[in-house]
Ligand binder design. Structure first.
Ligand code: ATP
Ligand code: MG
Length: 438
């Protein structure tokens, strides 16, 4: 991508309305633009990151055996009346009428919709286990949308729904998602703590929130300090028995605020940490709550019809963009982990128009593109200082700076955004460094 032909509306001033780092940086880096309260447009740079995060989520869902579908954003009110949630959901639900005066709603979640799909097609336990997921926009008319896309009204969520014959089967499905979440977040450079949580309006018996630690988080988290030392992910195969692995995680005390009770907490004060965190995922097992209400039954091995056991599993895909920035930034800007960076490497041509710089930059760019390193070339007619500051702001993990002085000596400067470390090397060595690690 050529920056001279790109749309990157970076802001010089710090936007006053933004209270937390991720919101400020997303606006300054030209990633998003507010449309109305809690509703945003995603500009090219933001869209690239959102897509990269969605791709990691999708790959790990697929690997766990879940199947991707796509359900609509607008849902008919009837299915929510069947489950009993149409009235319960209250003012957070955006309700609309179509031209025939039919009640519809912009989905805040999809338990009813997916249960309706299931009951239309599945009759026998032999079709189980089944896990269907989609990545789709949700709308919740939050009382206080804030922190940019972190608590939006319209936001992108991955939501998966598992169907099993009995509680044991549902437990296996739950464990798969539990493991898949840990892998997903680890690939994004995040340490996520799964914490026992309340099930809230979705209802049910078993639930974990996945939290990343950040001062600006909205959740209080209580956990044993050993959490920070836990060696998270070995090679785990989804076909193995995941229960011991899940037990290992859940045995170390970690609770969301609603679940923590100082009176019964088994952890000594000296070992208990209380910090703020951002909820990036939430999984629930809720048994037959929706299947019984909506008639999603299958015939079991004995020929009798039983309602299926279900779970639902959400990841805040758009919230993760902000969450990753909260976890990884400095006073110069964003520091993207390689796996979700909008571009893998920026070739910064300090003197566009200079024949030697132009041809060296172009040749580096072509080779990086051919090697699949997802390069950006800064060929804008701007001051060198402004260019370097922009690359730090938008957080590109590697920068290769091509300038006339270096060219005289046959070298370029390679900078790693994360450490700030720079090295002067030949163009060949620069390619090896960047492509080996990104
Ligand atoms: P919260 O407690 O933050 O309001 P929730 O419990 O209402 O979240 P879930 O229904 O479990 O959220 O949704 C699954 C995931 O979707 C959450 O873990 C979170 O990452 C994300 N999410 C929920 N609400 C929002 C929102 N308003 N804006 C952005 N992401 C959200
Ligand atoms: Mg929650």
């Amino acid at each position: 991508m050529r920056l001279s032909q790109y749309f990157l509306p970076v802001l010089k001033e710090t936007p006053k309305e933004a209270q937390i780092a991720s919101h400020r940086l997303m606006l300054r880096a030209g990633m998003i633009q507010q449309s109305s309260a809690g509703i945003y447009s995603w500009l090219p740079l933001g869209k690239r990151v959102l897509d990269k995060i969605a791709t990691i989520v999708r790959e790990e869902q697929d690997r766990s055996g879940a199947l991707e579908i796509l359900m609509p954003t607008l849902q008919p009110a009837e299915i929510w009346q069947e489950s009993g949630r149409y009235d319960d959901y209250g003012a957070e639900m955006l309700r609309v009428k179509d031209r025939h005066d039919r009640d519809m709603l912009y989905g805040p979640t999809n338990e009813e919709q997916v249960t309706d799909i299931f009951r239309s097609h599945v009759r026998s336990y032999k079709a189980l286990p089944l896990n269907l997921y989609h990545i789709q926009w949700k709308f919740r008319d939050e009382v206080r949308p804030r922190f940019g896309i972190m608590r939006g009204r319209e936001f992108l969520m991955k939501d998966a729904y598992s169907f099993d014959l009995d509680a044991d089967g549902a437990r296996t499905a739950y464990n798969k998602m539990f493991v898949s979440y840990l892998k997903t977040f680890e690939r994004m450079g995040l340490t996520a703590i799964p914490m026992e949580a309340d099930t809230g309006p979705i209802g049910g018996d078993m639930s974990h929130e996945f939290i990343i630690l950040a001062e600006t988080g909205e959740s209080d988290v209580y956990f044993h300090k050993d959490w920070l030392k836990a060696d998270l992910l070995a090679e785990i195969d989804y076909d193995a028995d995941l229960q011991p692995f899940v037990d290992k995680f859940t045995s170390i005390y970690a609770r969301a605020d609603e679940k923590h009770d100082p009176a019964t907490c088994p952890v000594d004060d000296a070992d208990l940490m209380t910090l703020r965190g951002i909820e990036i995922g939430h999984i629930f097992y809720f048994g037959t709550k929706y299947s019984a209400a909506m008639g999603a039954v299958v015939s079991g091995p004995d020929g009798k019809n039983v309602p299926v056991h279900m779970g639902s599993y959400g990841i805040g895909v758009s919230r993760l963009v902000g969450g990753i920035i909260e976890a990884s930034h400095d006073d110069k800007g964003i520091i993207w982990p390689d796996s979700v960076a909008p571009f893998g490497v920026a070739v910064v041509n300090l003197k566009p128009g200079d024949a030697v710089c132009d041809s060296a930059s172009q040749s580096l760019y072509d080779q990086l593109a051919a090697a699949g390193c997802d390069p950006l070339i800064d060929d804008r007619d701007e001051r060198p200082g402004a260019k370097l500051a922009a690359m730090d702001l938008i957080g590109i993990p590697w920068q290769i700076v091509v300038g006339p002085r270096g060219m005289d000596n046959g070298v370029v400067e390679v900078k790693r955004r994360k450490t700030g470390e720079t090295r002067e090397v030949s163009t060949e060595a620069a390619l090896t460094m960047v492509c080996a690690k990104s």
